[in-house]
Design a protein around this ligand. Structure first.
Ligand SMILES: C[S@@+](CC[C@H](N)C(=O)[O-])C[C@H]1O[C@@H](n2cnc3c(N)ncnc32)[C@H](O)[C@@H]1O
Length: 241
């Protein structure tokens, strides 16, 4: 296969991968919907999906195997110069690598030890410091520790009763004067979603402004998957306090 064009999800350009992904999506969705949606079960769910995948990325429904286009565009306009960055719940590492390539000294973590080992294996020459860490038990030096924090698709992957706690945990990792990027689906009807995932209500997506952040940029866009149009928000926040 010729090299993959940047930023295009692998399932959109490789038909064989796409067929395996569709099958896996059905199985993972079934597993997900049968679970109680609370914290221990969420941890078990993510660990199980990565462990069962057996190194086949088609089995990880959210893994595009490419950085997100909005994040790449933002990084082109805001390159790092050795500043510190943290990628939240990095999965298989594509966004973390993009942040590192843009000049940030990058740390990336995920709950799943399997995901972390997999990311290291995919990017064997990586400069990213990959670590298996739970968002709710960060190493103490990480608190208020990073110039740039990138959050992509984690808030919507955790049940609504964990949202406040998840936002607080993410916000706590940004330095005063640092930036926070949030990439998430938005719930178009502004009604509680029947997740998972749980696309954020607009009022919730903007709650970082009640947590010591100022909104500096917002981009609303739609991702088309088959016949589905999925509203998204990419926001840049600045930590005031
Ligand atoms: C929908 S995936 C998104 C992965 C990646 N950010 C991306 O955009 O491809 C959500 C990720 O959150 C991770 N995760 C869930 N709960 C977590 C927690 N408490 N601490 C750290 N990672 C967590 C999962 O293992 C999974 O990799």
């Amino acid at each position: 296969m010729s090299p993959k064009p940047d930023n295009i999800p692998l399932e959109e350009i490789d038909m064989e991968f796409s067929a395996r992904r569709q099958k896996a999506r059905t199985q993972v969705n079934k597993l997900d919907r049968e679970l109680v949606h609370d914290e221990p079960e969420r941890d078990w769910f993510f660990n199980t999906v990565y462990d069962r995948a057996n190194n086949d990325a088609a089995q990880i429904p959210w893994a595009d195997m490419a950085p997100k286009a909005q994040i790449s565009k933002w990084l082109s306009a805001n390159p790092g110069n050795g500043e510190s960055a943290l990628d939240i719940a990095c999965g298989l590492g594509d966004n973390a690598e993009e942040i590192s390539d843009a000049g940030y000294q990058t740390t990336a973590f995920d709950l799943s030890e399997t995901a972390i080992q997999w990311a290291k294996q995919r990017f064997s020459d990586t400069k990213v410091n990959y670590q298996a860490v739970n968002l709710f038990e960060p190493p103490q030096p990480w608190l208020n520790g990073f110039d740039l924090v990138n959050e992509c698709y984690t808030l919507q992957a955790l049940p609504p009763q964990m949202l406040e706690k998840s936002m607080q945990a993410i916000g706590a990792l940004v330095k005063r004067g640092g930036k926070l990027l949030v990439y998430t689906r938005l719930n178009p009807d502004d009604k509680n979603a029947d997740g998972p995932p749980w696309p954020l209500l607009a009022k919730d997506a903007f709650r970082f402004n009640e947590m010591g952040f100022r909104l500096d940029q917002e981009e609303h866009f739609t991702i088309i998957r088959g016949d589905r149009k999925i509203p998204h928000l990419f926001a840049q926040w600045y930590k005031l306090t």
